[in-house]
Ligand binder design. Structure first.
Ligand code: SF4
Length: 337
């Protein structure tokens, strides 16, 4: 079982100070067992009425504000993410009507992570300047790794905290030209895929749970980019476009929608704009006239689960490339989303 910093003392202080009576908890999948139980117990002991959001929570883009308001909760506590990338959206909904706490839930390793093999691997590659990043849970481990690498005289490029999201690897992109390679602390392939698609240097992924190290080089960058190129070739002559929008707080991009609509109408191409809270293959499959989609919501809808969707889906930047507003080199240099 993994251990996380849930900041329960801070939560209790907050509800006591404000005399809150009811709270909505929002956890990502994977934290719905012990972490949820711990927080639920602490709040119930304080006599607070506790609700738990049941819909999946993938990021702060997805704060359950509407549900918290409908339940008349005083406080929404969102776990497992930070405001990174969504500061303005979060401040826009923080009001007298609903208070919000965002708890990153930093991972607490059972023992200090062993970085020796990672440092050996970096030395074998003869990297001197390294771009560092991690997902929010592992930012504290990234601090320790930076300390170690600095002791060994490596040059570090770490933009602010070095945090990455599935839709935002700016922390790495910023050092793409100067570094020899990237080291990122995260588990799974989801963030790896985002990094490979939006940067050009080799990536060494350190899995904080298993201690595993995996290196991705030019071949893997080329593979994910070629997949996008093949898809874009297929949709080049599409006549009926669907535009996907999301009503989620951090995913509603009306300017993007307007831009796409204008580009399509200038070329006398048909389009339909579909806005939903949750976008899934079944919902999109009902729009049988649409030949391909462009997504203005979470860009990962266009990248992941491609097999589950019947029609091709591309990102906003890819759409701009197709309609000659961006060059292919722009995507290669600045990323596909
Ligand atoms: S927009 Fe998508 S990738 Fe970005 S934080 Fe939200 S769910 Fe994650």
């Amino acid at each position: 079982m993994n251990d996380y910093e849930l900041q329960t003392d801070r939560i209790v202080q907050k509800v006591r100070d404000n005399d809150y009576k009811s709270v909505l908890l929002q956890f990502p999948e994977g934290m719905l067992d012990e972490p949820l139980n711990q927080v639920q117990k602490v709040l119930s002991d304080e006599g607070i009425q506790v609700y738990t959001a049941g819909d999946p929570s993938y990021g702060v883009c997805d704060l359950a504000i509407a549900l918290a308001k409908r339940l008349n909760c005083d406080l929404l506590i969102h776990f497992g993410h930070s405001e990174f990338g969504f500061h303005s959206q979060v401040s826009s909904v923080q009001s007298d009507l609903i208070d919000i706490m965002i708890i990153p839930a930093y991972y607490v390793p059972p023992q200090e992570l062993d970085y020796n093999s990672l440092i050996d691997e970096i030395r074998k590659k003869k990297w001197k300047t390294i771009g560092l990043a991690s997902t929010i849970q592992h930012i504290k481990s990234l601090d320790k790794l930076e300390e170690k690498l600095t002791e060994y005289n490596f040059q570090i490029i770490r933009y602010k905290e070095g945090q990455i999201l599935g839709c935002n690897v700016h922390s790495l992109q910023i050092g793409d030209e100067k570094c020899d390679g990237f080291v990122s602390i995260h588990a799974g392939y989801f963030h790896t895929h985002g990094i490979l698609l939006n940067t050009s240097k080799p990536l060494m992924q350190f899995n904080p749970y298993s201690g595993g190290i995996k290196t991705y080089g030019e071949e893997e960058h080329t593979k994910v980019i070629r997949q996008r190129f093949t898809l874009l070739t297929k949709v080049r002559n599409i006549k009926k476009w669907g535009i996907i929008g999301s009503s989620k707080l951090g995913q509603l991009n009306q300017n993007m929608i307007g831009n796409i609509q204008s580009l399509l109408s200038e070329r006398k191409l048909e389009s339909l704009t579909v806005v939903a809270e949750n976008i899934n293959p079944q919902m999109l499959s009902n729009f049988t006239n649409i030949e391909a989609w462009v997504v203005t919501a979470c860009p990962r809808i266009a990248i992941d689960d491609k097999i589950r969707y019947l029609k091709p889906i591309i990102t906003f930047k890819e759409f701009l490339y197709l309609f000659h507003q961006l060059k292919w080199e722009d995507l290669l240099e600045h990323g596909f989303f």
